[in-house]
Ligand binder design. Sequence first.
Ligand code: ZN
Length: 250
Amino acid sequence: MERPKWFRAARTVVLLAAALLLCMPGVREYRLKAVSAGDAADGMMQDAPDSVTDGITSDAPDSMADGKRIALTFDDGPHPYCTEQLLDGLKERNAKATFFVLGQQAEQYPELIKRMSEEGHLIGNHTYSHLQLRQDNREKFKEELIKTNELLEQLTGQEIQYVRPPYGTWDKRFEKELNMFPVLWTIDPLDWSSSNVAGIVKKVEDQAKENAIILMHDEYDTTVTAALQIVDGLKEQGYEFVTVDELLFD
Ligand SMILES: [Zn+2]
């Protein structure tokens, strides 16, 4: 989806509103409390990367023997042009990534979902329609997760266990109800708000560290170019690009 400037501005407003809402005690139960089953992290918003980072890295296994591992994650796809370019570039570089896809996009571009799976990438759920969880739409949100899981499982033959809730809003009870684990991020270069490839690359490279999770969106040309430059640059620094399950559970 190409998103015009007004959409980006609107999304920023929504994110800010979400951040405000989440500071209110009444909705605290919806705050995401965990990055994975075992790692407690009380952070979820894009402006709070440090607490998320701590949650992931403090209990991280020592994997020095394998080199430094890092994960690229892409939300909101698949996109008919950008995702294909990205998959080509990742394949050339033997880099793995995690795609948190929208059910409605997967339905339109099933071949891209199959290709992701065949090429060793991990596929996660980002709801069917990019729905944000609120106090009054819990059942609808849950239905979207289930519908998208069924669709993805049909396409890949694999159980879908990871979810990136839109805007980071989550209800921990879903983890037991659906056997799904939320995955947030530790590096957010705001790729959707900038067409400056060098700036996006620099933001990620400046914050890169072992076990980091990078948030990007595979629906912009600039993101694809930046992501592939990030892979090249960080590989030179000894990083290996892996799927998020390898960081969270190995
Ligand atoms: Zn999204």
